[in-house]
Design a protein. Structure first.
Length: 29
């Protein structure tokens, strides 16, 4: 549960910098 919460926060933070590259990488992993 804690990992999911951290992922969501990191996704939003990276989303503003790289757009959606990080989101795609997390989905593939």
């Amino acid at each position: 549960m804690q990992k999911e919460n951290k992922m969501s926060i990191q996704e939003i933070y990276y989303n503003q910098e790289t757009g959606y590259e990080y989101a795609f990488r997390q989905i593939v992993l």
